[in-house]
Design a protein around this ligand. Structure first.
Ligand code: PMP
Length: 308
């Protein structure tokens, strides 16, 4: 992976190599940081890099920061503007991934959050596929449970929480699978290591509720909106039993990185007939049309930046 040209670091755009933190930084020592993952889609013909649902990502970053008592000094609009400035400076003419991080910046021992200084940084790098999902992926429910709201809130995109995702994904990979499915502390289906999950059951889209230890995904919201408005599919947010995974007609993951990733096998059982299903295909192709600006609606979901 090529290092990015520039980063936004503690108030200004600097060459990437200059964006460095002390090893004593609170956010590094205790995981007390919140982040976002945002995609920008490159349109070669128009010379435009369009960030997908940029405002919603920054609104979620603000919510995460409230939970973690991190003072984020930029408004949503200012963060959108900073993203555009960094994109122009980096001059990437390809799809990109943006990683803004708000963190506890004090150099101190002790994990408390009050009276501890905060700062903000953002990197942006060329980025292709996160999951190779051509023929669909194979998953297993892993032994690592998703922490519940009273442990580490999954609703906040907290850096430290990704230890849980790392353990889960590693267990799945070491056992020969492509991705992990995590259950809640009491055994309901929660989400993938970096994706939300959907099942298709008798023509209805089913996904775990926001109160079941999941990140409230922006792609999840995109899928729910498109399924209702464009595909006329019934959608239900409700608690999902593990064995519902085994009897579903179709299953897919969704996330900024994963986009729509069809799941064709779970715990050594084929999902439906074991190949990508028709509903998943429709959702996937509509999603890709919307993010790439090929669909006439939803222009307000794209924040275009002209790269001259
Ligand atoms: N769950 C987790 C744990 C994630 O890390 C992500 C990726 N941000 C998602 C779900 C999907 O969220 P989004 O659609 O907002 O990218």
């Amino acid at each position: 992976m090529n290092p990015p040209g520039y980063a936004f670091f503690e108030g200004r755009i600097v060459p990437f190599a200059e964006a460095k933190l002390s090893v004593m930084t609170h956010g590094f020592m205790y995981g007390t940081a919140c982040f976002e993952g945002i995609r920008g889609y490159w349109d070669e013909q128009a010379g435009i890099l369009a960030f997908f649902r940029l405002r919603e990502h920054y609104a979620r970053l603000h919510r995460s920061c409230r939970i973690l008592k991190i003072g984020l000094r930029y408004s949503v609009e200012e963060l959108c503007q900073l993203t555009a400035e960094l994109a122009m400076r980096n001059d990437d003419r390809s799809d990109v991934y943006v990683r803004p991080i708000a963190y506890k910046s004090a150099l101190q021992i002790g994990p408390h959050l009050n009276g501890v200084s905060d700062d903000f940084t953002m990197i942006m790098l060329p980025f292709g596929k996160y999951i190779e999902a051509e023929g669909g992926i194979r998953c297993r429910t892993v032994s690592w449970r998703r922490p519940s709201d009273g442990m580490i809130p999954a609703r906040a995109k907290v850096n430290g929480l990704y230890v849980n995702s790392a353990l889960a994904k590693t267990e799945a990979l070491e056992d020969g699978y492509d991705e992990a499915i995590m259950l809640t502390a009491d055994g309901a289906v929660a989400e993938g290591s970096t994706e939300n999950i959907f099942l298709v059951s008798d023509g209805t889209l089913v996904t775990p509720p926001v109160s079941d230890s999941i990140l409230v995904g922006i792609t999840r919201d995109t899928v729910l909106t498109l399924a209702r408005r464009e595909l006329g599919l019934p959608v239900v947010e409700r608690r999902v039993d593990r064995t519902e995974l085994y009897v579903a007609d179709e299953c897919f993951f969704c996330g900024t990185g994963a986009e729509i990733s069809p799941v064709v096998e779970i715990d050594r059982r084929a999902v439906g007939p074991g190949k990508i299903g028709p509903v998943t295909r429709r959702v996937q192709s509509l999603y890709l049309d919307v993010v790439h600006g090929r669909h006439p609606g939803y222009a307000d979901w794209r924040s275009p930046v002209s790269i001259p």
